[in-house]
Design a protein around this ligand. Structure first.
Ligand code: FAD
Length: 534
């Protein structure tokens, strides 16, 4: 009977396990491989930062799973639960509102890690994560939009400063690469904005330790610092990001950096699905595996990549990198096949080939087999090695062509507007921050979830609003401008509903409209009385 092997995750770990299994199947009919992933493509993450600058096209960094894995059943759904007792994986509903169950004999958990800003004031609402293709696209669009806005807002110095300041938090590999690409991009395209002076642009890299790239030898990290600084990146060491609002990044020492673009590459967390699994986990929530990569105390559940604590040959644990995930995948596939067909199991003995980080603009740092390289040669090696590692000749060719064209052509500046509205969102405000000003156009309604706001008319406080109360409705109901200023009084989280959605809801729910109208009338009456009394 065929053994059902279900691989969860379509990243480096999952794809390379399935690939290796296809290879080991060798035409025999005893393995049935299924790969479950929430996207139908594989993302080549090391090149993701280049999407920001448009050096390579958006879809050049992804490959369709069905082409990569022609002998695997691809199941594009979100994994909702894993029932280890019944040996089934439950996936989310699709167009039809019912769940799917996929039975397995061997399960490979390769769900990676997640970006989690929970507990970090204002970051879930205002910081851009940088992990997948969607993150890269929305960041790129946001950067272009900020430049466009700066070109329009030429009379508001404060707003221009926010729009033209770009802050990246986290000086590890991905933070450094994001800062480098972002910096190159905004400075290269600035010349297309006649009213933007390149000297107004600030790109900052915040790092909590005393040097960036802690994974690299100190001299290479210092070299990277020098190169980035020379190109205009302001590096702040020993600096921790503590909170954020829509208009500023707040540092641990209380310093406020006005910005509308904050990218955070904080360390990733264990995948939340692992939490509920009755399997051994390390303190950081990752699955504990043996050196043969089966999950401890289980002979049919395997794990690898960023979601597992993989013991390293030299002691400690393997770092969460693509090069390790690929080698772990070969071990997992081999050991699954030997546990089905018999044979000797392998242990994970890979020690790492080295580390490389691109600094953009034809410069990089690398340590390969203990040899340190920096500058153009490291950059050339970075490109050659990663190009050869990309799965599929078609993608390699496209990337090579994009890189070549980038040498001669100006960077792509098109802002792709996907989706017309953000819908209901969450926003965080710090004390003293204005939510809107008297005379502004009414663009949204706010509902306070936590914290307090004060309402001011002619600079005098007239009311205080607390959790559960809403504000901003008057201008929307009466199609007028804001008749008061609202300012945050105590750190506040609020839901914000854009005008278009509010109008749609109130037009279709007469009760909602009338209760908002009553509230607006009562507020109007109170303010008339208050002004008579004074
Ligand atoms: C910007 C960036 C740059 C990097 N650069 C390098 C580099 O230069 N060199 C290097 O070695 N490493 C690099 N890394 C790290 C490397 O990419 C990761 O270590 C590697 O991707 C881990 O592979 P993984 O398969 O474990 O996780 P991931 O690649 O994160 O894959 C997880 C997969 O699981 C899927 N998934 C998650 N949840 C669900 C769910 N509920 N249902 C269904 N599917 C789900 C995801 O969609 C994804 O396909 C970089 C990472 C980033 C973010």
């Amino acid at each position: 009977m065929k053994q059902r092997i279900v691989v969860l995750g379509g990243g480096f770990a999952g794809v390379y396990v399935a690939r290796e299994l296809e290879h080991l199947a060798g035409g025999r009919d005893d393995l049935h491989i299924t790969l479950v992933s929430q996207e139908n493509y594989f993302v080549f993450q090391p090149m993701l930062p280049e999407v920001i600058s448009g050096t390579i096209g958006l879809v050049d960094v992804v490959s369709p799973l069905r082409r990569l894995l022609p002998h695997t059943d691809i199941h594009v759904r979100e994994v909702e639960a894993i029932d280890v007792g019944r040996r089934v994986v439950i996936t989310s509903p699709g167009f039809r509102p019912h769940a799917h169950e996929i039975p397995y004999d061997h399960l490979v958990v390769a769900l990676g890690a997640v970006t989690d800003f929970r507990g970090m004031r204002g970051l879930p609402e205002h910081a851009f994560p940088f992990k997948n293709l969607g993150d890269a696209l929305s960041l790129r669009n946001h950067i272009i939009r900020s430049l466009e806005e700066a070109a329009v807002e030429d009379d508001d110095a404060e707003l221009r400063q926010q729009l033209l300041t770009f802050v990246v938090a986290g000086g590890g590999f991905s933070g450094v690469e994001v800062a480098a690409e972002l910096n190159d991009f905004v400075r290269r395209v600035a010349r297309n904005y006649r009213s933007v002076d390149p000297n107004e642009i600030r790109v900052m890299l915040l790092h909590s330790q005393e040097r960036i790239l802690p994974e690299m030898p100190e001299d290479l990290a210092r070299f990277a610092e020098k190169i980035l600084t020379r190109r205009g990146v302001e590096i702040r060491l020993n600096t921790r990001l503590s909170a954020a609002t829509g208009v500023e990044a707040i540092l641990g020492d209380g310093t406020r950096i006005p910005t509308r673009t904050l990218v955070s590459t904080v360390p990733a967390f264990a995948h939340p699905l692992l939490e509920s699994l009755p399997l051994p986990k390390a303190k950081n929530g990752r699955l504990e595996v043996t050196r043969e990569l089966n999950v401890k105390e289980s002979d049919h559940v395997w794990s690898l990549g960023d979601c597992a604590m993989v013991p390293a040959a030299e002691g400690g644990f393997a770092p969460p990198t693509a090069q390790h995930a690929i080698r772990e995948a070969a071990v997992v596939a081999h050991n699954i096949v030997t546990s089905i067909r018999g044979g000797k199991r392998r242990t994970f003995d890979f020690r790492g080939l080295g580390k490389m980080g691109s600094l953009g603009h034809r410069s990089a740092v690398a340590e390969i087999f203990g040899i340190k390289i920096s500058g153009f040669l490291a950059w050339w090696m970075w490109r050659t090695i990663y190009l050869m590692k990309m799965p599929g000749w078609g993608r390699r060719l496209k990337v090579a062509v994009s890189w070549t064209l980038d040498l001669f052509l100006p960077p792509e500046l098109v802002q792709l507007r996907v989706g017309s509205s953000r819908g209901i969102g969450r926003e965080h405000f710090e004390p003293g921050q204005e939510v809107f000003r008297e005379g502004d156009l009414g663009d949204r309604v706010y509902i306070i979830v936590k914290g307090e706001a004060e309402v001011l008319k002619a600079a005098q406080p007239v009311a205080r609003l607390r959790a559960g109360e809403c504000f901003g409705e008057m201008a929307l109901l009466n199609e007028t401008r804001r008749n008061a200023t609202v300012r945050c009084a105590a750190a506040m989280d609020a839901l914000s509903l854009p005008k278009s959605e509010f109008t749609l809801l109130s037009a279709n729910l007469p009760e909602l409209r009338s209760s908002f109208q009553k509230m607006a009338d009562a507020r109007n009456e109170n303010s008339v009385l208050a002004s008579k009394e004074s």
